[in-house]
Write a new protein. Structure first.
Length: 202
């Protein structure tokens, strides 16, 4: 199962998640992700998608219920452990072995809605390290929703303009959600040399 989870975060834009031949994770992919339409190719665009309401898996109801459950993340972090518990409750009653795959699929299809923390540290995206920690301890991964006020929106706009200038990417100016901006900022910080990350004063 861990091999599939890692493929989900490391190769989300590859057909069949880049899984070659037919190892065990390919069977899991076919039955959990492909048949449900959670990972699919449309007009050459391969990615994770929210489930279609017409799909017989009825996962659309789970996605909507999870959206509502995670609305509380605007006030306090919600851990993967809490989401797993929610998945296991009626009316869904999802088996423990499937919860990780469905959670990661959910996060990959809702990447613009949440900021992600691993061991309390903000991450730009869910990585293989995050999967390792999720498998070891479901409380190590948590989510937050950021709903900024006017002053915070002005600050975010300034950060967006600075990022575009530093990165030399005008596309950053088109980012409208705070989560995407946070990911760009964290990504920039993590590309800096080690000595810069260790510097606490100028």
């Amino acid at each position: 199962m861990k091999a599939l989870l890692k493929a989900m975060v490391s190769r989300p834009s590859e057909e069949f998640l880049g899984i070659q031949s037919f190892p065990p994770e390919r069977g899991l992919y076919d039955s959990i992700l492909m048949k449900t339409g959670l990972h699919s190719a449309r007009a050459g665009d391969v990615r994770f998608r929210a489930p279609d309401s017409r799909n017989p898996s009825h996962l659309n109801a789970l996605w909507k219920a999870t959206d509502e459950f995670l609305s509380r993340a605007a006030n306090a972090p919600v851990t993967a452990a809490q989401i797993y518990e929610f998945f296991g409750q009626p009316p869904f009653g999802i088996r423990s072995g499937l919860r990780g795959v469905l959670l990661v699929a959910y996060l990959q299809s809702r990447s613009d809605r949440y900021t992600l923390y691993v061991d309390g540290v903000l991450e730009s995206s869910l990585t293989e390290f995050g999967i390792d920690r999720l498998v070891m301890d479901t409380s190590s991964l948590s989510l937050r929703v950021f709903d900024p006020n006017l002053r915070q929106k002005q600050l975010i706009d300034g950060i967006r303009k600075t990022l575009a200038k530093v990165l030399g990417e005008d596309a950053v100016l088109e980012l409208t959600d705070t989560t995407a901006i946070a990911r760009s900022l964290v990504g920039l910080v993590k590309t800096q040399p080690t000595y810069v990350l260790r510097t606490s004063s100028l």
